[in-house]
Design a protein around this ligand. Structure first.
Ligand code: SAH
Ligand code: SF4
Ligand code: F3S
Length: 443
């Protein structure tokens, strides 16, 4: 019987992409995907270090996996436990101390070694392997073809980040920003289109600062790449995530006017509406810079829907600072957003700043912000009722006979539909709306 693997993914879309690539590697080795964790001979936890809660959850989940490993051992089954992702990079040797039963730990830039590492462990069962090198080699050059099957696929076009926002661990866990060459990205995009991808989401932590080389060694920007990806026949929808406000250039704004395949939705995190806080965060934009970019985008495509990330309770944030954040929300009227309480991350400059904000205040501010955000999100969803929208169905819904998919605005939509419509784009009339989803009828 074929050996089975199970990958549990925490964190951002970048990690989802990396997990898919690790699945590609394990499948080339003859492993098949396990339907549940208990059946798996190799279990990989692909981890996130962005906030304390996310990082701590990894260790409780690992502990549970160790119990499963012991139970499987009683049935005579061996289990390899691996950890990858940003917690590995951040904890380094500590991870093997905190979770001594782990067989291997690979940083986010090193998982291309998965095949070699698993084979080595299978041969020498008692060994433990850790690799967190910030290597000069590009992991992408060592990965097998991207065979991710599904209507929507992620494609990492960049790794790392040079922005060093003072609250953020990413530059330390993912290293310096590196753009993949144009031809590599296009080859992977064509490969995904050939295996059924209709929607492609180009990924980077600072994706709009993309500056990959083309075949002639000339540096090209994201706008160039978007135009090239749009030329691929099978690709019907394009998105890109996550953009940095100060790096949105006019070429990119014009893409929202000129590329029909580019979805009318943009995730553009502002983090805070206060210029003082933005400065302390080391963000290279002010509130008014940000609002100007949004205005230009809305001019290029009046139908564009905006989304953002917010942090409340950053050190020194006053009530007046927080009001500025609410003011931005009222001006932009986001159709979706993600908001977080500031989490103190060891090793980042903000962790040792004065005037850390009390948990109680953070909690109150988050509640106020989320109430406002949900209000706009609900209003937007309600304005969709009665409209006909192309929906890309991604899988089964909560109820029998139901599928779930996404509208161009990233809204979740449920509809009664045949399984054969999974991974297809179908016209749907929106019948009802709530804060988090829509329901509709296939036309
Ligand atoms: N590169 C992207 C996303 C990075 S992480 C960007 O710059 O937008 C995703 C989000 O997590 C961030 O946008 C930020 O809102 C949040 N985040 C990052 N570090 C955090 C911290 N220490 N505490 C709370 N939220 C944090
Ligand atoms: Fe972190 Fe800032 Fe880079 Fe985003 S842009 S990954 S928040 S350092
Ligand atoms: Fe988390 Fe690393 Fe992504 S810290 S948000 S998995 S880049």
């Amino acid at each position: 019987m074929a050996k089975k693997y199970f990958i549990k993914t925490f964190g951002c879309q970048m990690n989802v992409y990396d997990s898919n690539r690790m699945a590609n590697i394990l499948e080339t080795m003859g492993f098949v995907k396990a339907s549940n964790q208990r059946d798996a001979d190799v279990v990989v936890f692909n981890t996130c270090h962005i906030r304390e809660k996310a990082a701590e959850k990894v260790f409780s989940d690992l502990g549970r996996e160790y119990q499963i490993k012991l139970e499987r051992a009683e049935e005579g089954k061996d289990t390899i436990i691996g950890v990858t992702g940003c917690v590995v990079q951040a904890e380094d040797k500590e991870i093997l101390k905190r979770a001594p039963y782990v067989d291997f730990a690979l940083g986010p830039l090193r998982y291309f070694r998965l095949k070699e590492v698993v084979n080595e462990i299978l041969q020498k069962r008692e060994m433990q392997l850790l690799d967190t090198e910030f290597s000069a080699v590009s992991k992408f050059d060592y990965l097998p073809e991207n065979k991710t099957i599904g209507g929507c696929s992620f494609l990492a076009i960049q790794e790392g980040c040079n922005n060093f926002c003072t609250y953020c661990v990413v530059p330390y866990t993912r290293g310096v920003e590196v753009s993949r060459p144009v031809e590599d990205v296009l080859r992977e995009a064509r490969c995904l289109a050939d295996s059924g991808t209709l929607e492609i989401n180009l990924l980077g932590q600072n994706v709009n600062s993309y500056h990959g080389e083309d075949a002639n060694g000339k540096e090209r920007n994201l706008a160039y790449l978007l135009n090239k990806v749009a030329e691929i026949d099978g690709i019907k929808r394009i998105r890109y995530t996550t953009s940095y406000p100060a790096d949105v250039d006019d070429d990119l704004i014009m893409c929202h006017k000129n590329i029909d395949k580019l979805m009318p939705y943009l995730h553009l995190p502002i983090q805070s509406g206060s210029d003082d806080i933005l400065k302390k965060m080391n963000r290279r934009h002010t509130k008014s810079d940000y609002l100007k970019v949004v205005e230009k985008l809305k001019k290029a495509n009046p139908n564009i829907g905006m989304s953002s990330d917010f942090i409340v309770g950053f050190p020194g944030e006053s009530d007046a600072d927080f009001q500025q954040t609410l003011d931005v929300v009222n001006q932009v009227k986001y159709i979706q957003a993600f908001s977080f309480k500031y989490s103190r991350r060891p090793g980042t400059p903000a962790a040792v700043m004065e005037n850390q904000i009390e948990e109680k205040v953070k909690k109150e501010r988050l509640q106020i912000l989320q109430d406002l955000l949900f209000d706009y999100q609900t209003k937007f969803n309600e304005s969709s009722v009665g409209k006909v929208m192309p929906v890309l169905f991604e899988g089964k819904g909560r109820h029998k006979g139901q599928l779930t998919g996404r509208t161009p605005y990233m809204q979740n939509l449920y509809a009664e539909a045949d399984f054969s419509l999974i991974n297809k784009i179908v016209e749907v009339r929106v019948a009802s709306a709530s804060t988090n989803s829509l329901s509709g009828e296939v036309i």
